[in-house]
Unconditional design. Structure first.
Length: 145
């Protein structure tokens, strides 16, 4: 009788473990991520500026549409391999970055609930505003986690 109880207990335990694996696999398959994307980023244009502030630096400026409450633009200098962040209020219709040393940058546009948008190479020119307009998307996408 003891052997029978032991086998029943082991069988119940095996069934419980099998059910847990099934349930966790099912829940993992059901886990979804909802996100939005940046719909468009305009081709950069350059506006020459004059004055003392502009002699050794430049910046990124532009309009923003459908922006979330806040977003961040990360600048990664291609040669120096350094990065800077510029945080922005999404309630405005325009933005301007911090002052940047001229050179080529990889730019990441980040916001909560949005996929990171990457501009692989953007040149910041000395004495110029680089104009790049950003349109955040409204469509919500859904994908497995």
């Amino acid at each position: 009788m003891t052997s029978l109880k032991k086998n029943a207990t082991l069988a119940g335990l095996a069934l419980l473990i099998a059910f847990s694996f099934f349930l966790s696999a099912h829940l993992a398959a059901e886990a979804r991520i909802k996100f939005k994307e940046v719909d468009a980023v305009s081709k950069p244009e350059y506006l020459q500026r004059k004055g003392e502030l502009w002699k050794a630096q430049g910046r990124l400026v532009g309009t923003i549409e459908n922006a979330p409450d806040s977003f961040t633009i990360v600048f990664i200098h291609k040669v120096k391999n350094t990065s800077l962040e510029s945080k922005h209020n999404g309630h405005l219709s325009v933005y301007e970055s911090i002052w940047l040393v001229p050179g080529k940058y990889e730019v990441h546009i980040k916001a909560d609930g949005f996929e990171t948008y990457r501009v692989r190479e953007l040149e910041i020119k000395q004495g110029c505003d680089c104009i790049m307009n950003i349109t955040f998307g409204k469509k919500v996408y859904d994908r497995p986690a």
